[in-house]
Structure formats: C-alpha cells, structure tokens
Design a protein around this ligand. Structure first.
Ligand code: AGP
Length: 612
C-alpha cells in the first residue's frame, strides 16, 4: 500500500511526479505529497486528500527542480492528515524520505532518537527514517559515500517492510532507494531515471526497467544507476524490457478502469492461453522446468493466495483434483503462514498473486520453501517479488490491472491454472486424452463466449438499477458455482459497500435461510448440469420466502419463478466460472455507479496489499 515515485533527469520533476502519483492512487489515496531540491533546499508540498487536491497548490508551478520524490498514502500509522503525509524530513531538513511499508520497531527507534534530542512532528512510523539517516550521517565516521552509508546503516536498523526513496540537499545529484518486501522499480533512459512502486506509473516514459531485489540499494543519478548489496559492494544489473504498452494502462475511453478491464477479458484470456495450449498438441509449460519425475512424486498440492486470487484457486483446485487426482487444498495466505502446514519435498505449493507483491502470499511462499516444498508462482507482473522467490514461475498475460477490484486477473488466473492442470494430467497420464481434448476445445472457445456474455451488459445494468439501494444480498451456488458466488459477493462488497454473503446452496438450510425475508435479493449461479436441479430446489426455498432472484445460468431453466435470468453460453463446468463471473462483475460495477461511488478506488482498500 502507498505509492512512491521519483524522478531525476533533464526535465522538470514535478509534472512527472504528479503524473506518477495519479496512476499510483489505486495503492492508497488518503494524502499525497512531493519533495524536490530547489535552490539548495528541500521543498515539500503535501496535504490530506487525493493527488488532485495537491495538484491545485499554485506553488507547484514555480518548481523548476529536476530531482524529486513523491508519495500517495494509505494510512497505517496515524490518521490521514497533512502532518502524517509523506515526504518526511529529518530535524535538520537535510534529508527527505518517502516510504511504502511498515516499520514494526519504530517505537523503539523513536525512543532511541528522542534520547538523542530528535523531535517528531507526525504520528507515522516513517519519520524515524530520515532522522536515523541524519543521526548516522552526522555521528558515524564513514569512508567513501557518506550518504549511501548512512542510508544503509539506518535501514539496517529497520524491522518490517519498506520501499524507500531518499533525497538530500547535501547531495542534490542523486536519489537513493532501497527495498525489502515492498515493490520498487527503476525506469531508465539515457539522461533521466524514474522510480515507482509499479511499472505502469512510469511506462509512458520508458520500457526499460531495473527490478530491485530485497536489501539492494540503488543510487540513481540522472544518467546512470549504481547498485549495491547489503555490504555495499557494487554490482551490475541487467535492464529488463517490458512489453506492455503505455496505452494499455490508460482508460481508452471507458469511464472507469474496472469497466475497461471487464471488457478486456476476452483478450486477456487469449493472451494468457498464448502458445501454452494448442489443439492436437500437449500443453506446453516445459519452459518452467518442472520435470516429469518431480510431477510423479507430488502427493499434495496447496494453492495459497488472498482475496480474488484465492477465489481463482478454488476453481483451480477442482480442476487439479479432477484431472490429476492429486489431493489439492486452497489456503488463505494469512492463515497458511501461521498454521504450521505439513509440507515436504513431495508437496507442490502454488502461489497466486496478480501483483506478485502481496505480503502474506510472499511470506507463505518463503515458509513453504523453508519447509522443503517446491513453490510455483502465478503472477501478472513480470519480475514481481513472488516470481523471484519461487522455484518456478508462470505468468498470466492480462496486461496491467489498475482498478482495485480485480476482474481480468481472476479469469486469467483460472484459465492458466486449468491449462496447468491439463499439462500435469498429460504428463501423469491421469485423464483420458479425449476428455482433455474436449476441455482444450472449450478453453479455446472462451474468448468468443466471453464476447457473448458481454452483450448482456444492458440487462445487468437494468437489474442493478432495481437493486442498488438494497442493504444485503446473498449469492448461492454449488461446486465451481459456489467458488464464483464467493467472488461475486466479494466484488459487490468491495465497490458497492452492500453487505453480501455467499453460501454453498446446500448449506442454506443449516442456518443462513433464517436471514431470508420478503424482498431480499438472492443471486444464484447454475452452470453445473449435474447439480442444477439441486440448486434450483434451494433457490425455490428462498423464492417461497419472498426473495427477489437473479439467476446466472447456461442451463435450460424452464421454471419461471425467478425474477431475472441471465443466460450465458454453455461450456465445460471446470471453466464456466470464467463466463459466469462476468455478469457479477458488471452487476457490482453498475450498482457502484448507481450509488455514485468511486468504482476504481473503493474506500479503505488498496490494489496491492504489501503489509500484513
Ligand atoms: C480483488 O478485487 C481484491 N482487491 C483483493 O482481494 C486482491 O485480489 C488480493 O488483495 C490479492 O491481491 P494479489 O492478487 O495482487 O495478491
């Protein structure tokens, strides 16, 4: 959470910093600020509220500096206020710092600094950092680069997670950056360098990036970047060329990123299928290096993730178990990491994360490795932390996902998991090839079928108009339809703030049916031909108690007791979630619009949860 940007080069820094912040607002938006070095002084501008608010400050127009750092905040320590906004300065105003992450031992550090006479102006954990740098800069005798050494000694005292940028008026030709468990990239060009929490924020300036590792320091000058490890020994680092084009990170005429991303799903699925699946050939994941011998050894698979990515895992579990017959469990990363899971070399742990930077998922991955399991990362971001930690990595190719509510990443994760399950099954010969071939055909048809589902938008919008004032909604399904109902319910909560819950349809009568009363909205997902009759019976039970119903189905439902039915194309039940989730994404979207809410930046949420 929190977004950071930096610029050093031959242009004015302020507009570049502000643009970067605007595109990073999805990471936090309760306050924003910038610091530049102008006339040998650090000038900061910061305020509570969104970047647009900061942008209005007339003083920004007078800043001609070519070096600066900036921050958009998602409050952890201290309320959203001007004082708590970043950048934070040390008491002598020599150093300015922006920080993404959490300093867990900041109280201890604050006490140490207070005992040395330092004063604190904010309630944040971050403010200890510039003061620590100042303390070591002035009190320790360093040989060589004093600035870098002071930053290093100071950051070595920090416990927690951080991506930090530091500027100093004593060294106005450089920005020092370091990270641990929080994302940070450096975009590079001949005479300017850019720093950001993620690639899209600076993608319009360059496609060449350095991806910083944990405990790695970069000293960023206008025309070159130096890299150091934690002993300050210098090393070189390859530039990575990023294929995304800048317009894919813009709205392209859509009112919101979320709507654009919902509509991008046919293409995201096509790109994710890529060359991994072709008719008449075995699926191809040979590039990731999982050997047939290892596959034969696996006796347990865990899929570990958070939120929407975990919901994608629930569908992946059904596919993996059905096609490979390997017992597969899905775990919430924040639970998995603390429950001492039983893992060994025969366990494959799959970690799914759109951003690849989710703190709990990364911690769960590290734990699995330490217990001897093999780890496979699925991410949408090339070079993200989980892909660098894992033994094996594969990518969804959904393109940048900017809206906080995940849509195209979810469907891409499911398709990739299912292709992976087919690949495993082909290698293990655990499923009849005609079953696999039929499934492959169905996967290849998904982009066209998704286009068909998207033609239902107006109908869904009509339903949204009828229900947007409701306070509670319930989602029901069985099997993979239950997995989809969980995701549909999460989408609705996230962006419409309507209370909603999802239940396995058969579980309703064991308690939750007590909540059903006249007029309450119940959404049923019915795509599994083997279970459809049973789910219909459960939905009848709520209809007879006065519920208003929306049914998403690919079955021929003759019953006309339901208020609203959205028909979607028929497909294999393992992949039907990729189609049936789309009406639910659109429903959440339009309800949020009718309520006049900020769809892309829902309250209290951030796109990338890099804190525990
Ligand atoms: C999705 O709509 C949510 N914003 C959230 O649940 C998200 O999926 C979760 O935080 C995991 O993120 P990741 O995929 O980047 O790890």
């Amino acid at each position: 959470m929190c977004g950071i940007v930096g610029y050093i080069g031959d242009k004015k820094a302020t507009p570049i910093l502000i643009n970067g912040l605007l595109s990073l607002e999805y990471r936090g938006y309760d306050s924003a600020g910038i610091a530049v070095i102008q006339n040998n002084e650090i000038c900061t501008f910061k305020d509570k509220g969104r970047v647009a608010n900061l942008q209005k400050a007339p003083e920004l127009n007078n800043l001609t500096s070519n070096i600066g750092i900036a921050h958009t905040r998602w409050a952890t320590h201290g309320k959203p206020s001007k004082e708590n906004s970043h950048p934070h300065l040390d008491n002598s105003n020599n150093f300015a710092v922006v920080h993404n992450g959490i300093i867990e031992n900041y109280n201890e550090l604050k006490e140490f600094l207070s005992s040395k006479g330092y004063k604190f102006l904010s309630e944040t954990d971050t403010e200890v950092i510039p003061n620590l740098i100042h303390y070591y800069y002035t009190n320790e005798i360093f040989e060589g680069d004093k600035f870098l050494q002071a930053v290093k000694v100071a950051t070595n005292k920090l416990k927690g997670s951080y991506a930090i940028e530091v500027i100093s008026k004593l060294h106005p030709d450089r920005i020092i950056v370091v990270r641990k468990d929080s994302p940070l990239v450096i975009g590079t060009k001949a005479t300017e360098n850019f720093i950001a929490s993620d690639i899209p924020a600076i993608l319009s300036y360059t496609k060449d990036f350095y991806l910083l590792d944990d405990y790695e320091y970069a000293v960023v000058y206008k025309d070159h970047v130096q890299f150091f490890d934690n002993t300050l020994s210098e090393h070189s680092k390859p530039v990575k060329n990023i294929e995304w084009d800048a317009t894919s990170a813009e709205k392209n005429g859509y009112e919101d990123y979320m709507l654009k991303e919902i509509y991008e799903q046919p293409n995201a699925i096509l790109e994710t299928i890529g060359t991994r699946l072709k008719l008449g050939e075995n699926c191809c994941f040979d590039d990731i290096g999982i050997t047939k011998e290892y596959l034969q050894k696996i006796n347990k698979i865990y899929i570990v993730a958070c939120g929407t990515a975990m919901h994608a895992g629930l569908v992946g579990k059904v596919a993996l178990e059905k096609l490979t017959h390997i017992p597969t469990e899905v775990d919430i990363a924040s639970e998995f990491r603390y429950r001492d899971p039983i893992l060994n070399e025969k366990t494959l742990c799959i970690f799914i994360s759109q951003s690849g930077e989710t703190a709990d998922t990364i911690a769960a991955l590290k734990l699995s490795k330490s217990k001897g399991a093999k780890t496979l990362a699925i991410s949408n971001v090339v070079g993200s932390s989980i892909t660098r930690e894992a033994d094996y990595s594969i990518y969804t190719h959904a393109g940048p996902e900017i809206a906080v509510a995940s849509t195209k990443a979810y469907t891409s994760q499911i398709v990739l998991l299912i292709i992976l399950a087919i690949y495993f099954a082909e290698n293990l010969q655990s499923t009849n090839s005609s079953v696999l071939n039929n499934l492959k055909n169905d996967i290849l048809d998904l982009p066209t079928k998704l286009e068909t589902v998207l033609t239902e938008t107006e109908n869904i919008k009509d339903f949204a108009k009828k229900v947007y004032n409701e306070t509670d909604m319930y989602f029901l399904g069985r099997g993979t339809d239950y997995a989809v109902s969980m995701e549909g319910s999460l989408k609705l909560k996230e962006i419409s703030y309507i209370h909603s819950e999802s239940y396995a349809a058969g579980e309703l009568k064991h308690g939750p049916i007590a909540l059903i009363e006249n007029g309450v909205t119940v959404i049923g997902i019915l795509t599994n031909p083997d279970l459809v009759e049973k789910t219909i019976s459960n939905i009848q039970e709520v209809v007879s108690r006065g519920a208003k119903t929306l049914i998403i189905t690919n079955q021929n439902i003759t019953n006309n007791n339901f208020d609203f039915v959205i028909d979607i194309p028929e497909t294999n039940n393992l992949i039907s979630p990729i189609l049936s989730i789309v009406p639910l994404q659109l429903l959440a979207y339009y309800i949020s619009k009718y309520k006049g809410l900020d769809v892309d930046k829902p309250r209290n949420l951030a796109k990338s949860v890099t804190v525990e």
